[in-house]
Design a protein around this ligand. Structure first.
Ligand SMILES: Cc1cc2nc3c(=O)[nH]c(=O)nc-3n(C[C@H](O)[C@H](O)[C@H](O)COP(=O)(O)OP(=O)(O)OC[C@H]3O[C@@H](n4cnc5c(N)ncnc54)[C@H](O)[C@@H]3O)c2cc1C
Length: 415
């Protein structure tokens, strides 16, 4: 693999950028692999990467029906944090956040990780109590967060109106090492590293069926022909239910559109990420200057990767209360992605009723931050055939057994 470095950039600048090679190979599928991962989003690619890096399993294909990173991974608002309430969640999200810290070096790919800090505003007394509880839980879990008062919020975010008419800011849960990263770079960085290990990333290859024999997976049917495998990982976010149906089982997942929008670029005015869950909106400023704004999910199940007008109105109206400065900003783009929601708002990393078939899904509205940790945990499960310590609580059986990991406060509406 060609190494990227400041020296390489300078060298290529001098020779008109003629020396760059393709970041990943585009190959035709082979007839059989040890492992097939369906879905070349961040989670699928990270799963493949850690299969190779940690377990030496490189006879792997990642099959993608569209283009790599074109699902939720390339559509999200890139918030990274790990201040979840329950122990299993804090463990996997903090593992993920800590992997992000030096992932650019690990992948030799600039992910633009920016640990600029994330505040979750408390705008009701209920939220104050909830976030204080989370801060205490995080202290026990080794996740660095603190509950801060309105003066400190104002110091960190000068453009905020802490004395808003309906919902004044009463404080916030502050994670100083939370932040953002460039979403498609995460997918591209993992893809490049997987390709370098000899794995095949096959785009425009939709999986249309799962073949089994005696309850054990034998391969998949795709738009590029049948491909055999010993193990199959389904990592397809909002399409998890559809893929599970092909394999012959059901998942407790609902697919809904989640929307976001960005404004015209403006001068730097906010260098942290702010989430306002009561009024329901969140905002950060991209390096280009655009205000990146996220709203809620559609109130009905669907597979439409599009934005809608009522969301712009709802989300912007909510944020203008807290950030009056944005009232005259023009919005440039709006889009949607299909997220996979579970009842307890926690993911599923699990074996399934079909031998050799594993699922990694249910990351809902907040899985971008989890990509490295999820890939790590899912790779361990696929390689060993059993979930390891990070994944075992997230089995799909928890819904039958009543062992919910309730993160509806930490993850229900936000990211
Ligand atoms: C608007 C929006 C904002 C968000 N904001 C945040 C945020 O700020 N922070 C955060 O942590 N998370 C956020 N998320 C959630 C996050 O984006 C997702 O949880 C995460 O990207 C899921 O990654 P994935 O790899 O599982 O799924 P995806 O990136 O969706 O990848 C799944 C892939 O599977 C492919 N696929 C589906 N069916 C098939 C098939 N039959 N055959 C082959 N391939 C198939 C799809 O084409 C897709 O590329 C947001 C999501 C959205 C939509």
């Amino acid at each position: 693999m060609q190494r990227y470095s400041a020296f390489a950039v300078a060298r290529e600048a001098l020779r008109n950028h003629t020396g760059w090679t393709r970041a990943w190979a585009s190959r035709a599928p082979r007839s059989k692999y040890d492992v097939i991962i369906v879905g070349a989003g961040g989670h699928g690619l990270a799963t493949a990467y850690y299969l190779g890096k940690t377990f030496g399993i490189t006879n792997v294909a990642v099959l993608e029906k569209g283009w790599l990173g074109g699902g939720n991974t390339g559509r999200n608002t890139t918030i990274i944090r790990s201040n979840y309430l329950q122990d299993p969640s804090a463990a996997i999200y903090e593992k993920s956040r800590s992997l992000y810290e030096d992932l650019s070096q690990d992948l030799n790919y600039n992910l633009m990780f920016s640990p600029r800090g994330v505040i979750m505003l408390a705008q009701t007394h209920h939220e104050v109590r909830g976030y204080q509880r989370t801060a205490h839980a995080n202290a026990l879990q080794g996740v660095q967060t603190e509950f801060i008062g309105p003066e400190r919020v104002k110091e960190l975010v000068p453009i905020i109106d802490v004395n808003g008419p309906r919902y004044p800011v009463l404080g916030g849960l502050w994670q100083a090492r939370g932040g953002t990263a460039r979403h498609d770079a995460v997918a591209w960085g993992y893809a490049r590293a997987c390709s370098d290990m000899g794995m095949d990333i096959i785009q425009q290859c939709e999986v249309t069926g799962v073949s089994t024999e005696g309850g054990q997976v034998t391969g998949v049917t795709t738009t590029k022909g049948d491909i055999g495998c010993d193990k199959l990982g389904l990592v397809v976010a909002g399409h998890s239910g559809a893929l599970a149906a092909m394999a012959g089982f059901r998942l407790p997942i609902e697919s809904v559109a989640l929307q976001a929008l960005v404004s015209e670029p403006i001068k730097p005015c906010m260098d942290v990420v702010v989430m306002a869950n009561t009024v329901h909106g969140y905002m950060s400023q991209s390096d280009k200057g655009e205000m990146v704004i996220g709203g809620g999910t559609d109130g009905f199940n669907n597979y439409t990767q599009r934005g809608s007008f009522h969301h712009i109105e709802e989300t912007v109206r909510a944020l203008v209360e807290t950030f009056p400065i944005i009232s005259r900003l023009k919005m440039l783009r709006q889009w949607g992605g299909i997220v996979d929601m579970t009842g307890d708002r926690s993911p599923i990393i699990s074996k399934t009723p079909v031998g050799g078939v594993f699922v990694n899904c249910g990351w809902g509205t907040g899985g971008f931050k989890a990509i490295p940790g999820s890939g790590w945990a899912a790779a361990e499960m696929i390689a060993r055939g059993e979930p390891g310590p990070l994944a075992e609580a997230f089995s799909m059986n928890r819904f039958r057994e009543g062992r919910f990991i309730d993160e509806s406060v930490a993850a229900g509406v936000a990211h």
